[in-house]
Design a protein around this ligand. Structure first.
Ligand code: PCA
Length: 203
């Protein structure tokens, strides 16, 4: 089985993005799986174009996309991607979108096709905080999730896809209001590794 795993570049004034730091640490192969790791830019439409290129080139069985959810107090398994671009902040190219669709005539939403219950159980079993999430927001993470699920729906019906959001690192919250949650990189990396291994077994 071929699994494409992505993380994002830093954005929003942060020096790092824990999603890519954790993805980079994944082993290149798991039991029964080849793992290919790529980072994506935080730029509207550009990120999706690059991801589509990787999917065309690599034809993965599963696409595991990961991103930072600042303020989250647990790992978050995203369950739905919506057809909307709307964010408070501009992307890394300086573009701000408010209310644009991702795909003009696309459906309102797609559900993740991950084996999310098994993933949740495996991470919980390892003692790492994890939640199901029913909104990935409407910024770049939701953008690539919706785009990958649309690609699966219209072109690659056997390809599974879904999104994992990760909290800030402890070093990122030092300049933030007291109580802003964080998770060490080792824990985030372990949770992603467990989820990828579970996908390799279940998907
Ligand atoms: N998080 C952002 C985009 C890139 C990332 O890592 C998001 O949640 O949409």
């Amino acid at each position: 089985m071929k699994i494409l795993v992505t993380g994002f570049d830093p954005f929003g004034g942060e020096a790092v993005n824990p999603s890519w730091m954790a993805v980079e640490q994944l082993p290149d192969a798991g039991p029964g799986a080849e793992v290919i790791k790529k980072s994506l830019p935080v730029v509207w439409f550009e990120a999706l174009k690059i991801l589509e290129g990787y999917i065309e080139e690599l034809r993965p069985d599963v696409v595991v996309m990961c991103g930072q959810a600042g303020g989250a107090d647990s790992m978050r398994i995203e369950r739905v991607g919506i057809n909307l671009c709307e964010a408070r902040i501009a992307d890394n190219a300086g573009i701000k979108l408010v209310g644009d669709p991702i795909l003009k005539d696309g459906p309102a939403a797609y559900f993740s096709t991950f084996p999310f219950r098994a993933m949740f159980a495996a991470v919980e079993e390892a003692g790492i905080a994890v939640k199901h999430s029913f909104s990935a927001g409407a910024y770049l993470c939701n953008h690539v999730l919706y785009g990958a699920l649309h690609m699966a729906e219209t072109k690659y019906p056997n390809m599974k896809a879904g999104f994992i959001h990760v909290p800030f690192l402890p070093e990122q919250v030092q300049d933030k209001p007291e109580g802003t949650p964080s998770m060490p990189i080792e824990t985030i990396a372990k949770a992603i590794r467990i989820m990828v291994e579970t996908i390799a077994k279940e998907a």
